[in-house]
Design a protein around this ligand. Structure first.
Ligand SMILES: *[C@@H]1O[C@H](CO)[C@@H](O)[C@H](O)[C@H]1NC(C)=O
Length: 276
């Protein structure tokens, strides 16, 4: 059972990666004739929606190690599961990138005349993971990622909060997709809103071994670690902000001792009927 959970996470991540990166591959290799910035964002958002729909029954569809970490911090997910969850995210994203490359192999070769480049007009590495825009400084990128992920996680935690206007169950994945689209159209131009360490590092490792070479780690002044570290910092910040400013202020209706007693009795009766 546990193993099937992790393989599901693989699958799910491949799915997400496939749709998000596929949308980017389509736009880049067609030189903008089959889509634009907005279609890439729609692809990422809808990829997340379907990824969550596919997997939510089994894994709770974390999709993002930052989100898993937040749940651990809030005590809603066991810490011991965090490393394997993160690893399966990473492997899933790697395999997803490999699948996109396979599917777009001919297009990528034709686009750049067979060269796999990280920078310049014929660059294709940006299909798979994030690179900073030319204008972006190191600190600018760090701030961008911390702010974006903080906001992202704040909203994710809010969507999960049953005391904050409970949502119909099936709406949750759609709203996460809407959130990703929101981020994409408002915070995407600095470095493409990676927001997700596994979704960034997995495909970067793939491009490293697939022929783009060590330039994928050198580009942008060694940019690669920023989309790994900054989202964790931002994610924790966003989660704690929500906890302190919103969740801690939820009204808890105090129960009378009589009510508590009745509740315990009811639970005992229920358990007895379960046993029988
Ligand atoms: C980009 O690739 C095309 C082949 O699709 C090639 O003709 C062109 O010279 C390349 N441009 C640069 C700047 O490398």
């Amino acid at each position: 059972m546990i193993q099937s959970k992790y393989s599901l996470l693989f699958f799910l991540f491949m799915h997400l990666q496939l749709i998000g990166s596929g949308a980017a591959a389509q736009v880049i290799t067609s030189r903008g004739t089959h889509g634009n910035y907005l279609t890439i964002q729609l692809g990422s958002a809808l990829g997340a929606v379907f990824g969550i729909f596919v997997a939510r029954g089994v894994s709770g569809a974390h999709l993002n190690p930052v989100y898993s970490l937040s749940l651990c911090v809030l005590g809603r997910h066991p810490w011991r599961k965090l490393p394997l969850y993160s690893l399966s995210h990473l492997v899933g994203a790697f395999l997803g990138a490999a699948t996109v490359y396979l599917q777009y192999y001919d297009a990528i070769q034709a686009f750049s005349g067979g060269e796999l480049l990280v920078a310049g007009p014929n660059a294709t590495a940006g299909i798979f993971c994030s690179y900073p825009a030319d204008h972006l400084s190191f600190w600018g990128g760090l701030v961008d990622q911390v702010v974006a992920t903080a906001l992202f996680l704040l909203c994710c935690v809010a969507l999960e909060d049953q005391q904050n206007g409970p949502l119909p169950d099936g709406l949750h994945p759609v709203l996460v997709g809407a959130l990703i689209l929101t981020m994409g159209v408002s915070m995407g131009s600095n470095c493409g809103f990676p927001l997700n360490p596994a979704r960034d590092l997995g495909p970067r490792l793939f491009t490293f071994v697939a022929g783009w070479g060590e330039e994928v780690f050198k580009a942008g002044g060694g940019w690669w670690w920023v989309p790994i570290v900054a989202p964790f910092v931002g994610g924790l910040l966003g989660t704690l902000t929500y906890e302190v400013l919103i969740e801690a202020h939820h009204q808890t209706t105090p129960q009378s001792p009589q009510q508590e007693l009745e509740e315990v009795q009811l639970r005992l009766i229920l358990r007895k009927t379960e046993v029988n």
